[in-house]
Design a binder for this molecule. Structure first.
Ligand SMILES: Cc1ncc(COP(=O)(O)O)c(C=O)c1O
Length: 505
């Protein structure tokens, strides 16, 4: 049996939303299930597979990774890839071809990056500057434990049953007060409690976006938002993160494409750290009001400033109700609470609640009750003062280390708040390839491509300074400098063919 001939018969749809490697993997899966490729058959080597189907080598590599994950093939070092032998022992096993049954969905090599990043355990060996996490050592767990110990004394048993989809009313009232401190005047009826701000982005995409709709996003921007809008089938119009914000470009988009919404992180943007001035905010609001543009203001980092207090949120000056504000306790307290909130006109809140009930009926009551108590006893201001001081020192330490060890290698600007340094390599090196080497040297970061809809510059990356103590940050930057220098010294650079997907790591 000539496996190469068989594989060559695979018909690829180059315009399909299903990635090529999935199409090929599905085809080979069928051949295996139908017995056309018996157990232990040798499959074409990756290079040959790529040539047979006129796809990139990376696609071929991803085909075999996918099949390996499904347990359908085995790779033997130095010998090649084979149909898994275990098939022989279960000749009658019916395998459900799950990947063929799923609705079409977008999957790229970056699809699981967020999931992988947050799931990655921290190990003593590897210093992860990738995930955007506060430092667990400074989660206010002692206070939450005290609050937990007395929760039943203060709380009616019914509050532990099903509650309103919009959230625990005392917490919604407390959020109203919290918002007032930022000069956002709102009412509990205009607030919905979310299972993390990520859920707010998802719900908004569900109620506002249809496939083919235009949405404006900053470029680069938060991976989670990009993925949600792409999954909704939105066509993304990109506004570069620049100073000042390019209002002419936004206006041009508004006239030409009538986009549904503009997703923006005005304060300490993820990943760049950029913070819009008050004037830029006013100008944007004026433009948005003129064109009835909905603005999604995502604000996880507004409380985490290290120099001056940032300008007030866009929502404070929203006269037309077109700003939908999303906040979260993930960065100022801790992400495991999975509690965020969204402020919007009542009509929008009601529609969101309808959509939210399909997903989870309501967010977890216990977390809501604990956060409510935490806010009620006014623990938040002291906690914020404490962590601002700690993160400011970490930011300064990382900046010094970058200046010291990486001066000739990259440039960055000092973030005034938030969690991240956004770095651009001086050379045209790919940060994604660099990451492969970095992992082996015990340091990780997020390659810049993750924050763009392709095409993306390849020589940028994001470092999180919040999670680790200063000593580890310095060690991490030392390792980073070593990795960059080493890769610069390598004579031959590995170059992936244009348009190819990046290997999943
Ligand atoms: C800009 C931005 N929005 C939303 C989120 C999601 O946060 P949450 O934990 O509240 O879902 C993050 C997390 O990193 C973020 O950076």
């Amino acid at each position: 049996m000539d496996t190469s001939k068989m594989v060559k018969l695979c018909k690829l749809e180059f315009n399909s939303p299903v990635p090529l490697y999935i199409q090929i993997a599905n085809y080979i899966t069928d051949m295996i299930i139908q017995g056309n490729l018996p157990p232990k058959s040798k499959l074409p080597p990756e290079r040959e597979l790529a040539a047979l189907l006129a796809v990139s080598r990376t696609t071929a590599i991803n085909v075999y990774r996918q099949l390996e994950k499904q347990g359908l093939v085995e790779t033997k070092a130095g010998s090649g890839t084979y149909v898994a032998a275990s098939q022989t022992t279960q000749p009658n096993t019916v395998r459900i071809p799950w990947s063929q049954l799923f609705n079409p969905y977008i999957q790229t090599s970056m699809s699981s990056i967020l999931k992988d990043m947050i799931a990655a355990p921290s190990s003593g060996e590897c210093i992860s500057l990738a995930a955007g996490k506060p430092d667990p050592a400074h989660y206010p767990l002692d206070i939450f434990q005290q609050l937990y110990a007395t929760v039943d004394i203060h709380t009616a048993a019914t509050d532990f049953g099903y509650i309103a989809t919009e959230g625990y009313m005392p917490l919604r009232c407390a959020i109203k007060d919290l918002m007032l401190e930022q000069n956002i005047i709102t009412e509990p009826e205009n607030t919905i409690v979310l299972s993390g701000s990520q859920q707010g982005l998802y719900l908004l995409s569900k109620i506002l976006l249809e496939p083919g709709d235009y949405a404006i996003v900053e470029s680069p921007t938060y991976i989670g938002a990009l993925q949600i809008f792409q999954a909704a089938g939105a066509r993304l119009l990109k506004v570069p993160v620049s100073s000042p914000l390019d209002l002419n470009l936004i206006k041009d988009y508004l006239i030409r494409y009538r986009p549904k919404l503009f997703y923006i992180i005005p304060t300490f943007q993820n990943p760049t750290g950029r913070c819009l001035s008050w004037q830029e905010r006013r100008d944007l609001l004026e433009l948005a009001a003129r064109y009835r543009l909905i603005i999604i203001e995502d604000d996880p980092y507004g409380h985490l400033y290290y120099d001056n207090q940032p300008p007030q949120p866009l929502k404070t000056a929203d006269q037309y109700g077109n700003v939908l504000y999303i906040g979260t306790f993930s960065k100022m307290l801790f992400p495991g609470l999975r509690t965020g909130w969204l402020i919007a006109p009542t009509e929008v809140i009601q529609r969101l609640a309808l959509e939210k009930q399909y997903i989870d009926l309501h967010s977890n009551n216990l977390a809501q009750i604990l956060i409510y108590r935490y806010l009620q006893y006014n623990y938040l201001p002291d906690h914020l003062t404490k962590i601002r001081k700690i993160y400011k020192q970490r930011r300064d330490t990382m900046a010094q280390a970058l200046n010291h060890y990486c001066r000739e290698l990259l440039h960055f600007s000092l973030p005034q708040g938030g969690f991240y340094f956004w770095c651009t390599l001086q050379s045209e090196h790919s940060s994604h390839l660099l990451l492969h080497e970095a992992v082996t040297k015990g340091i990780t970061f997020v390659p810049g491509e993750a924050f763009y809809q392709a095409p993306a510059p390849t020589n940028q990356f994001r470092l999180c300074f919040a999670t680790h103590e200063e000593e580890l940050l310095v060690e991490g930057i030392k390792r980073l400098a070593m990795v960059i220098k080493h890769s610069l010294n390598k004579k031959s650079k590995t170059v992936y063919p244009a348009g190819s997907s990046i290997p999943i790591i």
